[in-house]
Design a protein around this ligand. Structure first.
Ligand SMILES: Nc1nc2c(ncn2[C@@H]2O[C@H](COP(=O)(O)OP(=O)(O)OP(=O)(O)O)[C@@H](O)[C@H]2O)c(=O)[nH]1
Ligand SMILES: [Mg+2]
Length: 192
């Protein structure tokens, strides 16, 4: 039984590796929800404080240098940017504007917040949200707000620590710690 599970897990990992090594294309940027494509494919969104590394993670996952635009300047991603994975596409990745960017004009920050919040709460094909947390800074009040919001909307989410390489020990203490017992289930890659 355990062997079966291990084989199934290895197959899923290999399927995922192949999928992400294959075609991935920028689809469109969305400033208002009515511009979103039909909810006919599963979506995985990347959320987190401004500058935490959302766009960089999408580039790393897809093995591209500049698919999603990353920048040292916070507030780089200002719309929902959608990427289609696979040919024909079977999954979309959604790069979102970050929260907690103090320099953004109030009206702009409010518009981003509204866009992100309504997308997260109302998108029926949103299968999981990756919430990125800077390993050096830990959870901030607006991260907790994000978790609360996702839980209220019954959206599946997963925490991803970033910038562990900038910790004084280069993240080695984190890497050697045992993984948690409970793990998120596999992600669906096809619309059901
Ligand atoms: N050292 C290190 N730098 C990182 C890591 N992830 C991202 N960065 C850097 O952090 C900066 C911000 O990365 P982005 O990917 O643009 O961050 P973002 O969350 O998309 O930012 P916004 O779009 O402004 O919300 C860039 O200079 C990246 O190169 C990481 O794991 N380690
Ligand atoms: Mg970004």
């Amino acid at each position: 039984m355990q062997d079966d599970e291990a084989t199934a897990e290895a197959t899923r990992i290999e399927d995922g590796r192949r999928l992400f090594a294959g075609p991935v294309e920028f689809l469109l940027s969305v400033a208002e929800l009515h511009q979103l494509p039909a909810a006919d494919l599963p979506e995985v969104a990347f959320a987190g404080r401004s500058n935490v590394g959302k766009s960089s993670l999408i580039n790393a996952l897809t093995g591209r240098k500049a698919l999603a635009r990353a920048s040292v300047t916070p507030g780089r991603t200002q719309q929902l940017n959608l990427f289609a994975v696979g040919q024909p596409p079977c999954l979309r990745l959604v790069d979102m504007p970050g929260y907690g960017f103090a320099e953004a004009p109030k009206a702009v920050a409010a518009a981003w917040r509204k866009l992100v919040n309504t997308y997260l709460a109302g998108r029926t094909n949103l299968k999981r949200v990756m919430v990125l947390i800077d390993a050096r800074h830990g959870l901030k009040p607006n991260d907790i707000e994000m978790f609360d919001q996702l839980e209220r909307a019954a959206v599946n989410y997963q925490i991803v620590l970033t910038k562990a390489d900038k910790l004084p020990d280069g993240g080695s203490a984190m890497r050697t710690r045992s993984p948690p017992r409970r793990r998120a289930g596999p992600l669906p890659t096809r619309s059901s």
